[in-house]
Design a protein. Structure first.
Lengths: 246, 116
């Protein structure tokens, strides 16, 4: 499936754009990765004695795989609400720069902030990666509708996966559970690497991985934030240095 | 499973919102609030994107270095080896996410089977 050309009449209706977004979930391997990851989250919720509704609400309202895994495992191991909340919020800091960098791709001078609330909610690593890939092929005034379609499609796939995982939980082995959890770092790493076009992106990715184990030695609870700010700023420095010299 | 079991208790749902939804969502809404005035081609956005990528890299490293749940039962060498093998194949296949992910998973599963 290829998206229609930018000047096609297909893009005249926002509903058509929504439908094209919805259909685009078939154009990425990350849909399968999400399905399996959320199968795992459904099973994890079952084994930790959370209800099915709880699992579905976490997918609908949190919509960030690592945060959901952290929430379930910390609460399940007897952490307090405050401890879980801190662990979740540290893992979620990445969403701030992601939203800041993805929203300008779909904004027009006339766009009001409230029109972007739902797109901001849908923003997570998969949508962030796919927006950079798909949006240049979507007319700017239809991008919000397209992203709503893409996001709703991905959320629906994950809700179904939660239900399947929840009922399969009793039959899943520990090895399968480990394989599902390994999917997140593998898919995050390769999808981000594929999206890295500029040197700054590559430097940020590599340094971010290398610096984390060093930062975690400080045991501050904000290790990811520290390594991310340092690695990201160095990467920006590399970009700046190349621009100035060019 | 009965209907009541599927719903669960309201206390657990309240905990979900306090410990999960709010601490997660606050960053998206801050991004929406701050991101409103930033221009697509601005230098600030280049820096923000680099930090986003580096924080994501940290999340990746954290899951591999300090594995959660069942992944903790996989020996260190297999977890690092799986990421390394996946990366090599990813680069050899001109950045195929699918090939990289499958290689990493197969490496881990084969290693686990080999070690018994």
């Amino acid at each position: 499936m290829a998206l229609p050309p930018l000047d096609s009449s297909q893009w005249q209706s926002p509903w058509r754009a929504f439908a094209w977004g919805l259909r685009s979930i078939t154009q990425t391997i990350l849909t399968i990765v999400l399905f399996v990851t959320y199968l795992g989250i459904g099973a994890l919720a079952h084994d930790t004695h959370f209800s099915l509704l709880w699992a579905l609400c976490s997918t609908l309202f949190v919509w960030a795989g690592p945060a959901q895994i952290i929430l379930i495992t910390t609460l399940g191991s007897g952490a307090t609400i405050i401890q879980s909340a801190i662990a979740v919020t540290v893992s979620a800091i990445r969403l701030f720069p992601m939203v800041v960098s993805v929203l300008p791709l779909m904004r027009t001078p006339k766009t009001k902030r409230r029109e972007l609330i739902f797109a901001a909610h849908l923003t997570a690593v998969t949508l962030w990666v796919e927006c950079h890939r798909f949006l240049p092929k979507v007319p700017r005034e239809r991008r919000i509708a397209f992203v709503h379609g893409l996001g709703c499609g991905l959320v629906s796939v994950c809700l179904v996966a939660n239900i399947v995982g929840y009922f399969l939980a009793a039959n899943l082995t520990q090895t399968f559970g480990a394989a599902i959890l390994l999917l997140t770092p593998l898919s995050f790493l390769f999808s981000t690497a594929r999206n890295s076009r500029e040197v700054a992106d590559v430097v940020a990715l590599v340094l971010g991985i290398v610096l984390y184990p060093l930062a975690s030695k400080m045991n501050s609870g904000l290790d990811i934030l520290v390594s991310g700010m340092v690695a990201g700023t160095i990467a920006y420095g590399v970009h700046w240095w190349r621009e100035v010299r060019a | 499973m009965s209907f009541a079991q599927a719903i669960g208790d309201w206390h657990a749902l309240a905990v979900l919102f306090v410990a999960g939804v709010v601490p997660n969502q606050i960053w998206r809404m801050l991004g929406l609030w701050f991101g409103g005035g930033i221009d697509e081609g601005s230098e600030l956005l280049v820096w923000v994107r680099a930090v986003a990528t580096a924080i994501l890299a940290g999340v990746i490293a954290q899951i591999v270095v300090e594995p959660p749940g069942a992944l903790a039962t996989v020996p260190d060498v297999l977890r690092y080896g799986a990421v390394g093998a996946g990366l090599v194949v990813f680069l050899l296949t001109r950045r195929s996410i699918f090939a990289g992910v499958v290689t990493g998973e197969v490496f881990m599963l084969a290693g686990k089977w080999w070690l018994g």
